[in-house]
Design a protein around this ligand. Structure first.
Ligand code: SF4
Length: 467
């Protein structure tokens, strides 16, 4: 799963106006800051729901908070360093108001556990499976003493909790369909911070999706570390099962005018069933995020990815055979333990062959406790890692620009998601292929579908006009 850093701290005040209904200043105030992937964004919405039931209201600044929770990411070292920086900011506020409670939740809480109490500003540490316990932990912390719960579960999916949407547009929402991961890629900390894989009961997913549709949402994103291994087995009848292709179909059938997206896929588990289901339903968006991580089979083996360069390329070919207009994006790590120049060039040549529509590109950051940190030497120098990262970013930016240039002159249906950061008179939205479009508003509003014609582009954006 890819991290996308989202900081509530940076939101301009007027954007919080839409949260007003969530804010009730007569209640105890909780301020939630979220880092990392979409799964964390959705978890923060689950946390808010649990705390609302315990009498809390969301607030929009640390100065107003009685409780501050920072939902953390451990995917790379710099993600954790950022949290230490935030804790320093919270310390100043706590010095002014000693009764203020500070909690660290999420993957860093699970990875570091009691070590986080070395920072005296931290009162509570709660892992991703311990959020139901937060009201008790907060109450206990108020009467003194540090509180911790980092027990990982084999059952917990928060299926009965209706997340409180904190997004600003009311158009696109996330639904977690599963938690944890059993893949144990050697570089990855997620299996240690989010535990074993468990698929959520499909009825609860459909119920949540129907509620979103009833509340006017136009897009549903199904989330999982590896959605292709989603498999729910009826505990009363093991022959009654729901796999990801079936779940995707069930969600698509709720309302054909509501778009359905999902992430993240895994090359070793993705079956043709998912592809045929995508091809059958016009509201399942033709975009697949298919992390490759490396183009070299020996490196993939050390990463424990359980597929080869060849089988990955076969999967890409099958996607394009069944859905020729499907966009494909990916994740890649350069500079992994033992990566030679030749391995790196295999990754470059795979990018040249697949010609992705986009990619999240990183150099290897050793995570304590992972299989790789125990088995392999982090022997590629930072200088070489940086050089290789810059090289693949330059290559991919060229490919993204070339792919976007093919869209010039074409028309697409776009779902309007917000105003452009560049100019208030412009709106922003995405094509079904997940390409970002910016266009003059012409009186249209967030949440509408419009048809746009692409006039020009950058590697990241299609500059368009409504037709
Ligand atoms: S599939 Fe691999 S990289 Fe993704 S969350 Fe699971 S262990 Fe991590």
């Amino acid at each position: 799963m890819k991290p996308n850093l989202k900081i509530f701290d940076g939101l301009k005040h007027q954007e919080f106006v839409s949260l007003r209904p969530l804010i009730d200043e007569t209640k105890a105030q909780v301020y939630i800051e979220t880092y990392g992937c979409q799964m964390n964004v959705n978890d923060s919405e689950v946390v808010l729901s649990i705390l609302q039931d315990a009498g809390y209201s969301l607030c929009d600044s640390i100065e107003k908070a009685d409780l501050i929770l920072v939902n953390t990411c451990s995917i790379r070292d710099n993600a954790e360093q950022r949290i230490h920086g935030r804790l320093d900011v919270f310390r100043i506020e706590k010095q002014k108001r000693p009764a203020l409670i500070i909690g660290v939740i999420g993957c860093m809480a699970e990875r570091m556990k009691e070590d986080l109490f070395n920072n005296r500003v931290v009162d509570i540490v709660a892992g991703p499976d311990a959020y139901r316990d937060l009201p008790r932990l907060v109450a206990a912390a108020k009467t003194g003493g540090k509180q911790i719960n980092t027990i990982l579960s084999h059952e917990e999916t928060y299926a009965d909790i209706n997340p409180v949407r904190m997004d600003r547009n009311g158009v696109s929402a996330y639904i977690s369909i599963m938690r944890g991961c059993n893949n144990v890629c050697s570089y990855c900390i997620v299996p240690y911070t989010r535990g074993a894989e468990r698929s959520r009961e499909p009825k609860s997913i459909i119920r949540e999706a129907e509620l979103l549709v009833a509340n006017g949402y136009k897009e549903i994103n199904l989330l999982g570390q590896n959605v292709d291994s989603y498999l729910w087995v009826n505990p009363d009848d093991p022959t009654d099962t729901v796999n990801f292709a079936r779940l995707l179909e069930m969600v698509a059938l709720i309302d054909p005018s509501v778009r359905v997206r999902f992430s993240t896929s895994h090359p070793k588990d993705m079956g043709n069933g998912v592809l045929y289901t995508m091809a059958m339903y016009g509201n399942i968006c033709p975009h697949i995020h298919l992390p490759v991580q490396s183009g070299s089979s020996p490196v993939l083996e050390r990463m424990n990815r359980k597929y080869t360069r060849e089988s990955y390329l076969e999967r890409v070919a099958m996607i394009r055979k069944i859905m020729p207009d499907c966009a494909i994006t990916t994740d890649v790590i350069v500079g992994f333990c033992g990566e030679t120049q030749q391995d790196y060039e295999l990754t470059l040549s795979l990018f040249e062959e697949v010609r992705y529509d986009g990619a999240y590109m990183f150099y290897y950051s050793e995570r304590p406790g992972t299989k790789a940190s125990r088995s392999f030497k982090d022997d590629v120098s930072l200088e070489v890692k940086t050089e290789r990262l810059n090289g693949i970013i330059a290559l991919q930016n060229g490919i993204s620009l070339e792919n976007n240039r093919k869209c010039i002159g074409k028309e697409y249906e776009v779902l309007i998601e917000g105003t452009s950061k560049r100019c208030e008179e412009e709106l922003v939205g995405r094509t079904p292929q997940n390409k970002t479009c910016v266009f003059p508003a012409k009186g249209h509003k967030i949440g509408e579908y419009v048809r746009v014609k692409v006039l020009s582009c950058t590697s990241a954006t299609l500059l368009s006009e409504i037709v």
